[in-house]
Design a protein around this ligand. Sequence first.
Ligand code: SF4
Length: 172
Amino acid sequence: MSRLLLRNFFHGPLTEPAPAADPAALAELAARVNRASQARLGRSLSIREVDAGSCNGCELEIHALANVLYDLERFGLRFVASPRHADVLLVTGPVTVNMRKALERTWRATPDPKWVVAVGDCGRDGGCFAGSPACVGGVSAVLPVDLHIPGCPPTPLALLGGLLALLQSVSR
Ligand code: SF4
């Protein structure tokens, strides 16, 4: 035990280094998302995040979009508390049996036009939880999905790129 404590004291935790921040790329991408949102909706994009059963890894990256480094709200993108105020449902995780009904009710409460974005490998097909009796599967097993953003978890820039691709595809 003392050896383990000593090793941890000198070597620190085994984590991957944080990706280098690129404020210029972020600002350009976020501004493009906002321009696309203004062109499509005439206003900023409102996003409701729904955790349908994730491990919270995807949530950490989504939350990063609102932290002091990314600070998405300065570009007009907003996370909203109620699905009634949302344009996009950002759904993470495999859909668990326990969360299925809540996800369906959230989707029904979101006014049209609305788009569903499945986030992460679990959102696509259940990922590493696929086949579990506690899971229904990916988001598309329950809701019509407009876009999938891959990754485990996807980075904040990948999330922004996905939102831009969504807005560009629905603008056409
Ligand atoms: S995709 Fe990865 S980070 Fe996201 S919920 Fe699944 S296991 Fe967790």
